[in-house]
Design a protein around this ligand. Structure first.
Ligand code: CTP
Ligand code: MG
Length: 223
């Protein structure tokens, strides 16, 4: 079974607010996106990585990932889902059996995650790493609590998310550009998606303070 990976890097990092999109910022001497690409390759199961980038950034990203098994970067779209669809359409010329979709803003993939996803894909068309919610959850409106939402059975979805290629491409062609992850499109199509263990070290860099958290995980080798 061949497995390729889409590395999603076409976002602009508005919440982070740096002059550069967060995936290009330095982290322990290497750009965040290079950490993410190396993490995808570490378990030895990914054949090649296709970076999906903002239009015009193709050459810069190819240089940042120099020496790694990447396909020529392709331009993404206005939403993450549109960007993933662009990547899947590019892979469709020589489709893998399985595809991982990973955020370039997640530089840490805990050891064993990709093997767990791959194993889960033997019995389901999709699988994602997820962390149980730890905080007590409140629904609020106008500065007041409306209700406490039971957190039992609630998870935070992480990436890489793994899929059989055909069902994911079909779900994206039929799907909704507002979906914030790929599992949601399989769910909408009524297809089962398995949960495998996530980890606190798999931080999605969103706000400036996330960079220090990731650095601590990498420095402590809590990956
Ligand atoms: N992404 C993408 N194409 C988009 C939007 C996002 O490929 N049109 C990628 C981002 O580059 C990131 C991942 O999807 O690696 C997760 O998205 P998010 O954390 O929301 O990143 P940004 O959209 O860049 O950040 P923000 O929402 O704060 O602008
Ligand atoms: Mg975004």
């Amino acid at each position: 079974m061949t497995m390729d990976a889409l590395l999603m890097a076409a976002g602009s990092g508005t919440r982070f607010g740096a002059p550069l999109p967060k995936q290009y910022l330095p982290l322990l001497g290497r750009p965040v996106i290079r950490h993410a690409a190396e993490a995808l390759l570490r378990e030895g199961m990914v054949r090649r990585i296709l970076p999906v980038v903002a239009a015009g950034e193709e050459a810069r990203v190819a240089a940042l990932l120099d020496g790694l098994p990447i396909a020529p970067p392709v331009p993404g779209g206005a939403t993450r889902a549109a960007s993933v669809r662009a990547g899947l359409e590019a892979l469709a010329a020589d489709p893998p059996d399985l595809v991982l979709v990973h955020d370039a803003a997640r530089p840490v993939i805990p050891a064993g995650t990709i093997a767990a996803l791959r194993a889960a894909l033997a019995s389901a068309p999709g699988a994602i790493p997820a962390q149980p919610v730890a905080d007590t959850l409140k629904r609020g409106a106008h500065g007041r609590i409306v209700e406490t939402v039971p957190r039992e059975g609630l998870y935070r979805a992480q990436t890489p998310q793994g899929f059989r290629f055909g069902p994911l491409l079909a779900a994206h062609r039929a799907g909704d550009d507002a979906a914030t992850d790929d599992a949601a499109l399989l769910e909408a199509a009524g297809l089962p998606v398995a949960l495998v263990p996530g980890a606190e070290s798999n931080v999605k860099i969103t706000w400036p303070e996330d960079l220090a958290r990731v650095e601590a995980h990498l420095a402590a080798r809590l990956v």
